[in-house]
Design a protein around this ligand. Structure first.
Ligand code: DP6
Length: 335
């Protein structure tokens, strides 16, 4: 009863920000339908992935979990138990486990490490318990750990449904990674842990006077985005993604208390992206709950864009990524 899964993080093109008002907010049901692509890094020293091994066995007298060498307890352990307990009860098992996980990228820096973490955990746990569950159902379980993790189970471009029930709030694939020719260069300006997690940020969104407008516009943009991806219209995807990102940050900045995730370097990159576009290099920015920026571009522009961004003050690292593989099982275990 041991399994190992590998999962990658994803970048939202239509953002999830704020949870649906259902009886149990812990269900992490997004307030609005959203879209992402699962990203695979194009450099070996930072694959932006999580590897997780879980082993259920009678030899363990208690549940234990370790992430990047840190033994989990309290809220962190509870969060992973939410996912594991649903699957344990589905398997009608109460066997204890040992879990070990390794992330190869800075946690909590707006690169969605919990997305890959909970996608890998969900797939590994379901497999170790011998459960046959399809990806859409698995995505609802991953969502209990982290909303965006629901999307990381799938390859390529992914649609995550808002809904009024747990079962209906699932993520499904829109199309394969290669369908829409698009890459991104992630500009890392700060690798430290963010002070307000997305978990806490979701609850603040309702206090912004712009929240309703964002939800209303996102409902239109999510349909336009889906269409643009299916028509592999890079310009439309970029324009809608950038607009949707600005709406989310407007909500964040006008919440109570306000959330300013940007650094001066973030704004420097935004301005660079806009000026490069004027000069004919078509690139668009999108930013999650952190200061780092994803610059969307065509595959043939990755190199030039990387050179342009590297010249900016405060840019610490550049990671080229492309739409890629979702969560999958591996034969080699961590213990
Ligand atoms: C801004 O609740 O999924 O990235 O669990 O911290 O990864 P974490 O965040 P989650 O919220 C994601 C918020 C977002 C936008 C998005 O990915 O849609």
């Amino acid at each position: 009863m041991k399994a190992t899964a590998i999962a990658h993080s994803n970048i939202a093109l239509i953002k999830y920000w704020g949870r649906a008002a259902v009886a149990d907010p812990g269900l992490n049901i997004p307030l609005n339908d959203n879209i992402s692509f699962t990203k695979n890094s194009m450099i070996d020293d930072m694959k932006l992935q999580t590897i997780t091994t879980i082993h259920f066995d009678e030899i363990y007298d208690r549940d234990s979990a370790e992430v990047n060498g840190e033994k989990l307890s309290g809220r962190k352990l509870e969060r992973i138990l939410r996912v594991i307990d649903v699957l344990r009860s589905e398997a009608k098992s109460n066997i204890k486990f040992r879990m070990k996980s390794i992330n190869d990228f800075p946690t909590q820096a707006g690169l969605a490490s919990s997305a890959s973490a909970f996608a890998a955990l969900t797939l590994a746990t379901a497999s170790a318990l011998g459960l046959k569950i399809n990806r859409e159902q698995l995505s609802t379980v991953a969502r209990l750990g982290s909303g965006s993790a629901a999307r990381s189970l799938h390859d390529g471009f992914v649609y995550f449904h808002s809904a009024s029930s747990h079962e209906q709030a699932f993520a499904e694939q829109i199309c394969e990674p290669g369908h829409c020719d698009m890459h991104a260069v992630i500009a890392i300006v700060d690798e430290s842990e963010k002070k307000v997690t997305s978990d806490a940020g979701h609850d603040l969104s309702a206090a912004s006077p712009f929240n309703d407008i964002r939800i209303q516009r996102s409902a239109e943009q999510v349909m336009e985005m889906r269409q643009a991806i299916l028509e592999h219209d890079f310009s439309a995807v970029g324009k809608i993604a950038e607009a949707n990102c600005k709406y989310m940050h407007a909500v964040m900045m006008t919440s109570e208390p306000p959330l300013f995730y940007w650094n001066p370097e973030t704004l420097r990159i935004i301005k660079k992206v806009m000026s490069l576009r004027q000069q004919g290099l078509e690139t668009y920015f999108t930013i999650d709950a952190g200061p780092n920026v994803h610059c969307l571009c065509r595959p043939e522009d990755v190199e030039t864009l990387t050179i342009e961004l590297a010249a900016l003050e405060g840019v610490k690292k550049l990671i080229p990524v492309r739409p890629g593989r979702g969560a999958y099982l591996a034969d080699e275990h961590l213990f």
